[in-house]
Structure formats: structure tokens, C-alpha cells
Design a protein. Structure first.
Length: 135
């Protein structure tokens, strides 16, 4: 159940504010080629069932800045990738709770601030998140 939609997906916080917009890779949004100046952050973490959390890395992202996600979720359970805003202490996850076993695409940050990549496990079993994101 990889996010196969070609539509954009809004990541919203607890107040319904759009924190970021996700666009899956497709013909019209191809995965970018690696650039030497890109910052690559490896992801390798686990989240227990029915829990959420965020990575310890904190980065300042400007409004409109794009992150390239390449995250696999194992086992293939209902799970979300999102952002944690360190300035407002709020999570931003896909609107309507859309989940996937993998997130491969562009995540465009809506507002400038300090962020960490976040995860929410909707299943009853531990989920493992592996891959990377670049910006």
C-alpha cells in the first residue's frame, strides 16, 4: 500500500493548519538526481504500536523548502510520516490520517521554523522506519 496517488497530500497540525505538502514521485515530479550540496539524513528507527515520535535531528527549514523523502515502513502496517515543529511543539501528519507502507516523494514545508521528521504508528505492532531524506 505505497502512497501511489499522484495528488498532493496536506500534512496538518492539531489545529488544522497546513504544515507541509507531500507530492509523490511521478512523471511530473521525478526523484531528483543527487547533488553534492544536498544534506542527506539517514533514518533507522522504530516506533511501538499506537505511538508517535520524532527524530532528534533539528533543522531550520524555510517556507517553501523541499525535502526529498525515501522512507520504507516495515512490516507494512498503517503508519504516517510527518513533521514535528520544534517552535510550536506540534506534529503535522497527512490530513485524514492517510497512511502508507512507504513515503517516496517531495515534502514542501509551509512555514519557516525548526523541524524534525516525525512518525506515527497506527497499528498494534512495532513499525520500523528506514531510508533517508535529503534537502
Amino acid at each position: 500500500e505505497i502512497a501511489e496517488t499522484k495528488e498532493t497530500i496536506e500534512f496538518v497540525d492539531e489545529n488544522g493548519e497546513v504544515m507541509a505538502i507531500f507530492t509523490p514521485y511521478s512523471e511530473s515530479n521525478p526523484a531528483p538526481s543527487k547533488l553534492a550540496r544536498d544534506t542527506k539524513v539517514n533514518v533507522n528507527c522504530s516506533v511501538p504500536g499506537r505511538q508517535q515520535g520524532y527524530l532528534s535531528n533539528i533543522y531550520y527549514f524555510s517556507g517553501g523548502q523541499k525535502l526529498q523523502l525515501n522512507i520504507t515502513i516495515n512490516p507494512q502496517v498503517s503508519s504516517n510520516v510527518g513533521l514535528y515543529n520544534r517552535d510550536t511543539n506540534s506534529f503535522g501528519f497527512p490530513e485524514g490520517g492517510l497512511s502508507s507502507s512507504g513515503w517516496y516523494g517531495t515534502l514542501e514545508v509551509s512555514n519557516s521554523g525548526r523541524y524534525s521528521l516525525a512518525f506515527r504508528n497506527n497499528s498494534g505492532t512495532t513499525a520500523n522506519y528506514t531510508g533517508s531524506y535529503t534537502f
